[in-house]
Design a protein around this ligand. Structure first.
Ligand code: MG
Length: 349
C-alpha cells in the first residue's frame, strides 16, 4: 500500500515529527546557519535575520476571541519572538475558495491590521490565489516574518552566564540543563476549546475565549530582566509536546506540578466531556520559559506585571536521571505525561 498523508501528519505530535525528520529534513539539511532548519526550533536565524513561516487553516474562520487573520499574525510574530528575535515585517498570502463573500475577506483583513498594530509589525509583501469551490474550505492564510536580534538578548545571556555556561546566542530548545525552572505564562487550553465551541459539535457551549495574542512585547520585558535559556509557545501538540521537545533536544527530563498549571474550570469541564488532555491542546497566546533557577522569581514577577502574562506560574523544572515529562498530580501521585501523537482537536490553527 502506498503511504498516504493523514490528518495526524499535520497535527504537531510525534507523527508530524516523523514526517518532518524522515521526508523533509533529509532533503534540506544545511547546518551552517546560526539556527538552521535542522534545529526544528520556532524560527531559524540566517546571517542574523530571524525568519519564520506559518500556514493557518483554522475552521471556522471566526471563533470566540479571534479569527484566522489575528491567528496568522500572532503565530508568526510569536515564533520569531520565541528564539529571541524582534519581529519587524510579515508577508501575507491568501488562498481563497471561489464564492467566498467579500465581506468575510474584509473582516479578516481588518483583523490582520489590528493584530499587526498591536504587535507593531507591518505587512510588506503578499499574494492572493483563488481555487475552485472545494479546493480549500473558505480560506487559508500563510504569513512569513522576519525579525532582527532582540536588543535585549545579549543582556539576557550575560545574566545567564553569571550562573552557568551557555554556548549559544539564541533561545533554543536544546539549551536546558537540570535545575532550570519552567515558567508557563498563563491559562492553557483556551484556544482549542474556543474553536471547538465555535464548531457547535458535541453540544459544547462554553464561555471560553481564545488566548490568541502577540507576545513580543511581553518577551521584550523579560529579556530585559535576563536569565532565560529557552522559550517556546505551546501551539500544536500543546504543553506536553513542547516539554517533550525540550527533553529530547536538551537531554533532560522535566518534572511539573499539576496544581501549578493554570486551567480554567470551563476548559477542564470541556476536556472531560471530550475525553482529551488540556496538556495536548494548542494555545496561541502563551509562552513557556526555561530560566536559570536564580532568576526564576524575578522573571515570574515581571511576567505577572504584563497583561499577556498576568497568570504566569512556575510549573516545574528540568531534571537529570530520566528523559520523560513527569507530573506530580493534585492527589499526590506521580505519572508520566504521554507524548501526544497528534492534536486532539484538528484545524485549530
Ligand atoms: Mg512555536
Amino acid at each position: 500500500m502506498p503511504k498516504k498523508i493523514t490528518i495526524l501528519h499535520g497535527a504537531g505530535g510525534s507523527e508530524s515529527q516523523e514526517l518532518i525528520k524522515e521526508v523533509i529534513l533529509g532533503r534540506f539539511s544545511y547546518k551552517k546557519f546560526d539556527v538552521p532548519l535542522d534545529a526544528l526550533d520556532d524560527a531559524s536565524v540566517v546571517n542574523g535575520i530571524v525568519f519564520k513561516t506559518d500556514s493557518h487553516a483554522v475552521y471556522p474562520l471566526f471563533f470566540p476571541g479571534g479569527d484566522i487573520g489575528r491567528l496568522a499574525v500572532c503565530g508568526t510574530v510569536n515564533d520569531i519572538s520565541m528564539v529571541g528575535g524582534k519581529p519587524l515585517a510579515l508577508s501575507l498570502a491568501i488562498v481563497m475558495e471561489e464564492g467566498l463573500d467579500y465581506s468575510v475577506l474584509e473582516k479578516v483583513l481588518d483583523s490582520v491590521k489590528i493584530a499587526c498594530d498591536e504587535a507593531d509589525v507591518k505587512i510588506v509583501t503578499g499574494d492572493t490565489k483563488v481555487v475552485e469551490h472545494g479546493g480549500v474550505k473558505e480560506m487559508i492564510l500563510n504569513t512569513s516574518g522576519i525579525g532582527i536580534r532582540s536588543p535585549y538578548l545579549d543582556h539576557n545571556f550575560e545574566i545567564v552566564e553569571k550562573f552557568r555556561n551557555i554556548n549559544t546566542r539564541w533561545l533554543l530548545d536544546s539549551n536546558l540543563q537540570p535545575g532550570d525552572k519552567i515558567i508557563l505564562s498563563g491559562y492553557i487550553g483556551d484556544h482549542g476549546i474556543a474553536v471547538m465551541s465555535a464548531r457547535r459539535q458535541y453540544g459544547l457551549s462554553s464561555d471560553i475565549v481564545s488566548d490568541v495574542q502577540p507576545l513580543n512585547h511581553m518577551v521584550e520585558k523579560v529579556l530585559k530582566v535576563g536569565g532565560i535559556v529557552a522559550m517556546k509557545d505551546p501551539t500544536r501538540g500543546g504543553l506536553s509536546n513542547l516539554l517533550y521537545e525540550w527533553c529530547e533536544k536538551s537531554g533532560v527530563g522535566i518534572e511539573i506540578e499539576e496544581s501549578k498549571i493554570p486551567l480554567r474550570e470551563g476548559v477542564k469541564a470541556a476536556c472531560e466531556i471530550l475525553g482529551i488532555s488540556p496538556l495536548e491542546i494548542g494555545n496561541e497566546g502563551k509562552a513557556v520559559l526555561a530560566v536559570v533557577p536564580e532568576m526564576a522569581e524575578k522573571v515570574l514577577s515581571t511576567l505577572r506585571e504584563t497583561k499577556e502574562g498576568a497568570y504566569s506560574q512556575i510549573i516545574g523544572e528540568a531534571v537529570s536521571g530520566h528523559d520523560k515529562v513527569v507530573m506530580k498530580t493534585i492527589v499526590g501521585g506521580r505519572r508520566i505525561v504521554p507524548r501526544p501523537r497528534g492534536d486532539p482537536i484538528p484545524r485549530i490553527c
